[in-house]
Design a protein around this ligand. Sequence first.
Ligand SMILES: C[S@@+](CC[C@H](N)C(=O)[O-])C[C@H]1O[C@@H](n2cnc3c(N)ncnc32)[C@H](O)[C@@H]1O
Length: 229
Amino acid sequence: MNSDCTQEHTVHVDEFLYDNATVDALCDEGKLARNYCLQCGSFSTRPLTFISHSLSREKLLLIFKSVLPPLDNKIVLDIGSRLGAALFGAYVYSKAAKIVGIEINSDFCNIQNKVIKKYNFQDRIEIIEGNIAHRPDVILSADVIIMNNVFEFFMEPEQQTSMWRFLRQTIKSGTLLVTIPSLEETFSSLQTGIILSEWVQELPSYNPDAAGITLSADEMLEVKQYQIM
Ligand SMILES: C[S@@+](CC[C@H](N)C(=O)[O-])C[C@H]1O[C@@H](n2cnc3c(N)ncnc32)[C@H](O)[C@@H]1O
């Protein structure tokens, strides 16, 4: 009993005075520590931030079942396809005729190709290894483009700006663009000079209840659908 209560690493907090909610609040305020450093013993630690560079299964359901209209006979392009999550989501949750992923990193292309081969997805999914900036032809062939925070963690703001200017020039009118996060949020920290109201029109979800999943309100708000004007 209480064998894990070593002298140096045990904090005595009387529940009569401090209930769980109060302890949580004190930890959030930094007045009480919940962790200690295994190397130096310091109580001065902070939680790490976790970030996903792939779409979750719930978000894929939301995008392909609720947000987008039926994709029969359509070509879907995922810019920066990484592990292939959006491609596999499009394959399973939509009837898109062709699903294209372009990815700059060759290791990720190899992983995606292995999965595609393993599960026989070749009939509808194709991976292109390369930089989207050099493939306007791929952009022009797409009816639907998915962009899950493609550039923010992978290039400097100046490069991000020129990528967005290139996309502004290249994506054809009528294309559906699904972005995570919103274009408004992405552009708020970049000087693109692009006037969103002249480029895109935000569209509501095609069938809001169809996915039948529970995502937090914040997560739902991150997924936006636009049509290029
Ligand atoms: C945040 S991940 C998105 C992953 C995937 N679309 C998903 O939603 O699961 C962004 C990916 O874009 C790739 N990428 C960044 N810049 C690119 C570019 N210019 N052309 C092609 N891929 C790029 C990165 O290597 C990274 O794998």
